[in-house]
Design a protein around this ligand. Sequence first.
Ligand code: SF4
Length: 241
Amino acid sequence: MARPGFCALERLAWWLVFRQGIVPFEAMAKQLDYRTIREIFTRFHASEPEPKGELEHVNVYTLVVAVALSAQATDAGVNKATRGLFAVADTPQKMLDLGEEAVIEHIKTIGLFRNKAKNVIKLSRKLVDEFNGEVPNSRAALQSLPGVGRKTANVVLNMWWGQPAQAVDTHIFRVGNRSGIAPGKDVDAVERAVEDHVPADFQLHAHHWLILHGRYICVARKPKCANCIIRDLCQFEDKTQ
Ligand code: SF4
């Protein structure tokens, strides 16, 4: 909401901080060296050997739908909506049988629900018509589905097909830049930095370790640096006490 006297830049900063929970213009730390990053992921691994995503799903199709619905929404909010939806439609054909209006009813608590419902129906149609009702396991094929971008495709490749694909969301972007694990000016640069600098044996779970760290410890407005297991290695200049 604009206030008199707000310039465009201030309005953008306000929107990012208060509506999206993002700290804008995050200071970009210097890229950490290999040994330090290895130590960081060794600690993440010791604290949570098998990190898991928090989006509920019952098969790969419902994972695709859940991830597509999670854009600009919280996992908790998506889970609340999809429990009922997936109980009645856990395959592309069942989703088509359910129809767009019923999908809207299930997901109307999620932001952009009308557009997302339209895409859920379209991607289900494409899966039935062109992929025999099966979810493909290649990035290009996944990204050909309506409503499925690179980030959604990477999450599915990582969580379901066990590929070390890095999907950079707001949490990973923040942690990568603050700590120096994967600094970059945009999500593509951070994705490349994670791929280039995280040791191969930690690549598969890097996505979830970084998301969970950003969601619960390195939070946007006031990071919990006192409770952070990588505090001594992190490059962030404004650590909290
Ligand atoms: S020390 Fe603070 S800023 Fe650095 S990763 Fe931990 S919580 Fe984030």
